[in-house]
Design a protein around this ligand. Sequence first.
Ligand SMILES: [Zn+2]
Length: 343
Amino acid sequence: MTAVTGAEVIATERLVLRPLREEHAQEMAGVLSDPELYAFTGGEPPAPQALRSRYERWAAGSPDPAVSWCNWVVESRDDSRLTGTVQATLTRQDDGRYVAEIAWVVGTAWQGRGFAKEATRGLLTWLRRQPVTEVVAHIHPQHGASAAVATSAGLTPTDRWHDGEVRWQRTVRTAQLDELRSRRPMDLEAYEARTRQGPCFVCAFVAGDPEYVHEPVFEDEDHVAFLDRCPTLPSKVIVAPKQHIEHLVRDLDEAAYLRLMTVVRRVALAVEDVLAPERTYLLSLGSRQGNAHLHWHIAGLPEGVPYGQQQYHALMTENGVLAPTPQEAADMGARLREAVAGR
Ligand SMILES: [Zn+2]
């Protein structure tokens, strides 16, 4: 049976998540002292001694061998002060896999800086290295800030409730891996004929040609991003300038090149937020003989793909393509648009 690692140090851009110990109780009692923190969850600020007992219990671990308690304090790198906690309660299922219930709290003085989002995203990165297949959070329906944090960590609300709170969840690994296993052969001859003899697919999309409809992900004055209709990797996104430009290196001045790359980076970060890939591949290919319009591929490689099937293997249409349904594409488009807007 695969075991779960206990809490380990997790470093993010501005934060360090450290395994919680009873010694943290004194400082944390101050962080958690604002009664407003309990508006949605109930309860009241803990006394330092009570918090110390609680942390001691948590650090000792769950008495149930099927359950692992993983708790961290969230330390600001700037001043080494504690700003809150995150936790994951991992419960082994009958099939040997784990469901992780996550929760977080950031002290009032540190709110509004995106610390909760950054800490939970760090936590999600760590959870993806564990045998966890599902991440769950329970959030009060009026707690907008918590909903934003959960969204940022890739969770979506369900219609299930628990003690007056909505269950949010996200599937880890398996959904994307299963999707990848469903790759089917592509009609390469028809595809080549279309790319070489049909209209420019980007210009046709920008012009609203009904034959070239794609699910949009982002648009500004000069750029578009949309979901690839026959992606080699799940939810692959294409970013292109609206203008019919062909040569990435020669046809853009430095300012226009950097603007394009800023869009590519922003969309790629949104892809990371939503899909949590092991790697995010960026490629600009195309040919003067077909697919000439400059475009970037943003392709997230799902966690868990065997090494021999990563990189070029994963990107070649010769190895099959995915066929998301219009509803799946619409759902993914909505999630990505929201993630881009949040970046
Ligand atoms: Zn074009």
